[in-house]
Design a protein around this ligand. Structure first.
Ligand SMILES: *[C@@H]1O[C@H](CO)[C@@H](O)[C@H](O)[C@H]1NC(C)=O
Ligand SMILES: *[C@@H]1O[C@H](CO)[C@@H](O)[C@H](O)[C@H]1NC(C)=O
Ligand SMILES: *[C@@H]1O[C@H](CO)[C@@H](O)[C@H](O)[C@H]1NC(C)=O
Length: 440
């Protein structure tokens, strides 16, 4: 591991840097003191001061029986003038000191950069240091990035959870990755995203079977050996399909049952909160909705229905006590294991449609939700659609928080429906909306 040695070797230059820094500070202090001395003893004001002092002493050492007020007031005026002059000189001196201080600080910044970084990484295993970088570019300075160094992109929050990070990074480099999906996902959901484990191979499921071809794969529950079941409470797909009948809360509880509620989703428009895909596509010119994203798309049924209409949808999903990503992939659809806190990895003005059901709701901190809305706006092409499908919130939040937020980001409302949640009477609301990014 040459690069790991590189990393350790950097510690020595770092210590040298400290000594250099110390010496430099001393030097600058000496220069500063000299500057001050020279300033005080050469500046014209110091002569004035001397002369004035003798003047005063002459005056007051010969006590006058009747103080000459005219002379005194003249003296006072000239003292005032001198005071003002001294003040402006002081200000000038202050300015000069400030400038010197700035130079000093600038110099320190350059030196403190790496030392802060090293402080944050102190005591962490080499694999962590490697996964967070920096790595020198082998061909040197790159005008593309304007740097000769590259840092792997890893969530800034990784270093906030050092114990978890160390635990997560305890793995055999080049070997098999630990099966700790639940732990890893928790770290990711806390903001350590993307995760920094980079050099191991995931275990393959035993008895893996090739996936089914299109279009059958879209509506088939995959065979059990297509995944590793260890991280989940259910140990086969039958269990996941049957979960809808079990008590207790699970995310997307009936999503694995492709012949149940899942089959009918988005096929019918109830004129209220539930819009149909057909309705949504018809708000645009035929076949101009071609590519898009489903944020928190459960088992991928939205993407499946869209694929049947020749629309390509990428589905982001977590694996919250269920193999959602693997399931989506088995259906021949594209899953992305990405939380809602991450900036969308798409370029501006590219996607035709973004859909989200249930996931974007009032559990997301307001500021983060606003980031997401702006991000969706960014990646949608002009005329692109944001379909908010059953966004859940409390009554007052609807008009106080979410309506102004959506307006602020700049979406145009094509359709808007709000309704109270039926199963509880706690002033809980849903709203659905079809929003458009304006053409200009
Ligand atoms: C007071 O001082 C002024 C200015 O120095 C001088 O012109 C004047 O004669 C002095 N008056 C007396 C009473 O000494
Ligand atoms: C999807 O595309 C295929 C092949 O290009 C075409 O035959 C089919 O009619 C299209 N389906 C829809 C719903 O537009
Ligand atoms: C929100 O505002 C609209 C229009 O002003 C109003 O009709 C609706 O009742 C309000 N909704 C809630 C939940 O307060």
């Amino acid at each position: 591991m040459g690069s790991s040695e590189d990393c350790l070797r950097k510690n020595n230059p770092h210590q040298q840097q400290h000594t250099t820094k110390f010496k430099l500070k001393i030097l600058l202090l000496v220069i500063l003191t000299n500057l001050l001395t020279i300033y005080i003893f050469t500046s014209p004001s110091s002569f004035h001061l001397d002369r004035d002092l003798s003047h005063y002493t002459n005056h007051f050492s010969l006590p006058l029986p009747w103080p000459n007020t005219t002379a005194l007031s003249i003296e006072l005026r000239s003292t005032q003038a001198q005071l003002a002059a001294t003040r402006s000189q002081l200000a000038e001196l202050h300015q000069r000191l400030h400038a010197i201080g700035g130079i000093l600080a600038k110099h320190q910044d350059v030196e403190d950069g790496p030392s802060d970084e090293f402080a944050a990484l102190a005591g962490l295993p080499d694999e962590v240091k490697l996964s967070l970088g920096p790595h020198a570019l082998p061909l040197g300075y790159s005008p593309r990035s304007g740097s000769d160094t590259i840092y792997p992109s890893v969530g800034a929050a990784c270093l906030r959870y050092k114990d978890d990070l160390v635990q997560y990074m305890k793995y055999e480099v080049g070997g098999e990755c630990p099966v700790d999906d639940v732990f890893a996902q928790r770290l990711l959901l806390k903001g350590c995203e993307p995760l920094p484990r980079r050099r191991c191979r995931p275990r393959s499921p035993k008895g893996y079977v090739d996936p089914a071809p299109y279009p059958e794969c879209l509506w088939q529950v995959p065979p059990d050996p297509s995944i590793i079941w260890e991280p989940y409470n259910c140990k086969n797909y039958r269990c996941l399909v049957d979960r809808k009948n079990q008590p207790g809360f699970f995310d997307c509880k009936d999503c694995f049952d492709l012949n149940g509620r899942e089959k009918a989703r988005w096929l019918f428009d109830n004129g209220n909160l539930d819009y149909s895909i057909e309705y949504v596509l018809k708000t645009k010119l035929p076949d101009t909705i071609r590519i898009g994203l489903d944020i928190g798309g459960g088992s991928g049924t939205f993407a499946a229905r869209m694929r049947e209409r020749n629309v390509t949808i990428i589905t982001t999903s977590m694996n919250l006590d269920g193999p959602f990503n693997s399931f989506i992939a088995s259906r021949g659809l594209i899953p992305m294991h990405m939380s809602v806190s991450q900036r969308l990895p798409f370029f501006e003005n590219t996607l035709d449609i973004v859909h989200s059901m249930h996931v974007l709701s009032n559990w997301v901190p307001d500021t983060m939700l606003e980031f997401t809305f702006y991000d969706v706006y960014r990646v949608l092409r002009p005329g692109g659609l944001l379909w908010l499908d059953r966004f859940f919130c409390k009554g007052p939040q609807l008009n106080q928080t979410y309506v102004p937020m959506i307006d602020r980001v700049g979406f145009k409302k094509i359709r808007w429906n709000a309704g109270m949640k039926l199963d509880k009477n706690k002033n809980e609301w849903y709203f659905s909306a079809l929003l458009e990014k304006p053409m200009s």
